[in-house]
Write a protein of this length. Structure first.
Length: 143
């Protein structure tokens, strides 16, 4: 007789215990993956400058390797980069609505070393160039 992870069990009781432990381990991994995602969201939300956000620093704070963080997030269908992008989008929308920062200053707040990288990123995620977006938003608010 084989159990769920393919090993041959000595008897039914031993097999049941191994399967139970295997299932508990799977549940623990799911909880750990969820904890890693929640902690990452907190980390990104509370770090002042996203240019300082580092997967290695985050992983170290959880006593995990960066590769372990990657695997845990992959199991949840996401990635460190995707979560960083989500945080950048959230901050970008807030800063555009609440400030009149230039694109260059906004890019620094969002952790881009080069404003041109920010402008490319902005267009990729918003579908229009930053200046067009800002001009359109200002016209909307003036009406």
């Amino acid at each position: 007789m084989t159990n769920s992870y393919g090993k041959i069990a000595a008897n039914d009781d031993q097999s049941a215990i191994k399967i139970l432990l295997y299932d508990i381990g799977k549940e623990t991994n799911v909880r750990l993956e969820t904890i890693v995602l929640n902690e990452l969201q907190i980390y990104l939300n509370t770090i002042k400058s996203l240019s300082r956000a580092s997967k290695t620093d985050f992983a170290n704070s959880l006593n995990l390797s960066p590769r372990s963080v990657t695997r845990k997030l992959q199991k949840l269908g996401t990635s460190y980069q995707e979560q960083l992008t989500n945080e950048r989008l959230k901050r970008c929308d807030i800063l555009i609505k609440q400030t009149s920062l230039s694109g260059a200053r906004l890019s620094r707040f969002l952790g881009f070393e080069n404003p041109s990288n920010f402008y490319q990123w902005f267009k990729q995620h918003h579908g229009v160039a930053f200046t067009q977006f800002i001009d359109s938003a200002r016209q909307h608010f003036d009406d």
